[in-house]
Design a protein around this ligand. Structure first.
Ligand code: NDP
Length: 391
């Protein structure tokens, strides 16, 4: 029985709160905190169980420290934005509380996400005797756990991993992003990159694509992107020779994105406008639909998984493990679309692993460093069943 503090009342924060509320035997008290209190109140009103809400600016560690001292959580689940990762980790260090997030840090003025900044907390977390669990959403998160499961149960040697991510849903808007628009557009407009034979190979954005036949969806064009789990998997999956990440995009999305880029609306540097400094991408975010509002009427499915090739008992093997998630079903359960759902459920399960002692350690960890079995079992019980097959 432990208190949990959830920071960030967006699309993912709503799902984490709903899912923690469904497991009172682990999460005895819940506090949902965000910059805008009304957003917390809106989520609170959807629940059948009372929770606490609070206003916090997580860019300011002192505000997070004060909230932690008052509420006394056993773990902080950070589902605000990647910019808040370090200030929240600082607050956890100061108060001796465990930490979990779903996206790695990136500095606001440079679209460059990598684990270095957070891995650098390793010694400080170890010395403080506390634990940080990084990247515990779906991708990163479940995809890393799928790889650890493949390594443990299905292969003697893993040669290649292809992570395939398809959202075949229709939200009815000409252009919208399924998670925070600023973070999403920064991610997809940067140069692509994959890992091969100990090296990182860079490509132009969206310049490599393949068609992949997604179960429950059908064949879809999938584009090679850089994604943060590649960095930790290249380190933690022993002997892997190549890891790539593929994501589907509809033609409408790509056309809008190209136009927005061409006219400068995806720039992240400040621009002088009528006497004010504005960042075009932040302004664009203010115009686009809020990801947490997309759930109503969202139809279709997501399918995300890992294709793994290697050797088992001296023979070549190709294996696929994946989840299919239905937008409308998610909305029925927790008033959210499937991208928020597939991120929020693993964040809740990760916190559950930490609080029940299934995953324990002192320091900073990526999810694939722990035993995948108890986590995979909970995925089946809490709304994200997985399927595995040989190809
Ligand atoms: P949203 O934009 O819907 O929500 C983010 C929330 O963070 C907002 O509601 C905002 O609150 C809050 N926030 C922003 N800045 C602060 C701050 N300084 N202090 C307190 N709260 C703050 O995004 P999503 O819910 O879609 O995404 C949340 C996170 O999940 C992101 O980091 C994203 O990268 C990650 N993610 C991870 C995935 C995975 O599979 N691993 C997939 C999808 C998302 P307010 O409105 O109150 O200002």
């Amino acid at each position: 029985m432990s208190n949990v503090l959830i920071i960030g009342a967006g699309g993912v924060g709503g799902v984490v709160t709903h899912k923690c509320a469904q497991v009172p035997e682990v999460f005895s008290e819940i506090c949902l905190a965000s910059r805008t209190l009304e957003r917390c109140e809106r989520i609170k009103a959807q629940l059948s169980r009372p929770i606490r809400t609070a206003k916090v600016d997580a860019d300011k560690p002192a505000e997070v420290v004060a909230l932690i001292k008052d509420f006394r959580p056993a773990v902080v689940i950070n589902v605000a934005l990647p910019y808040q990762d370090l200030p929240i980790m600082d607050a956890c260090l100061e108060t001796g509380v465990d930490y979990l997030d779903t996206a790695n840090y990136e500095p606001p003025n440079e679209a460059k996400f990598c684990y270095k900044w957070q891995w650098d907390y390793q010694d400080r977390f170890k010395q403080a005797g506390i634990m940080a669990l990084l990247g515990c959403g779906f991708d990163p998160g479940v995809t890393n756990i799928f790889c650890a499961h493949a390594q443990k149960r299905h292969f003697d040697d893993i040669h290649t991993i292809d992570i395939v991510d398809c959202n075949a849903g229709d939200h009815g808007h000409p252009f919208a992003t399924n998670f925070n628009p600023e973070i999403n557009i920064r991610e997809v407009t940067q140069r692509g990159k994959y890992y091969e034979n100990g090296q990182w190979i860079e490509i132009d954005p969206m310049s490599v694509k393949m068609s992949f036949d997604y179960p429950g969806v059908g064949p879809k064009d999938s584009y090679l992107l850089y994604h943060e789990e590649l960095e930790s998997l290249a380190k933690n999956i022993k002997g892997v020779r190549r890891i790539r990440f593929w994501m589907t995009f509809g033609q409408e999305y790509l056309t809008h994105l190209r136009v927005l880029q061409n006219v400068g609306m995806t720039r992240i540097d400040p621009v002088e406008f009528e006497g004010h400094q504005i960042v075009p991408l932040k302004f664009l975010k203010a115009l686009l639909p809020d990801p947490s509002s997309l759930g109503v009427g969202y139809k279709g499915k997501t399918c995300i998984g890992c294709v793994v090739e290697g050797i088992k008992d001296g023979k070549p093997k190709k294996y696929f493990v994946y989840n299919i998630c239905d937008h409308a079903e998610c909305y029925k359960e927790v008033k959210a679309q499937a991208v928020s759902y597939t991120t929020g459920v693993p964040a809740m399960i990760g916190a559950m692993m930490m609080l029940t002692g299934k995953w324990r350690g002192k320091g900073v960890f990526n999810v694939e460093e722990f035993d995948p079995a108890p986590f995979m079992e909970k995925l089946n019980q809490h709304g994200l069943p997985w399927i595995e097959t040989n190809l």
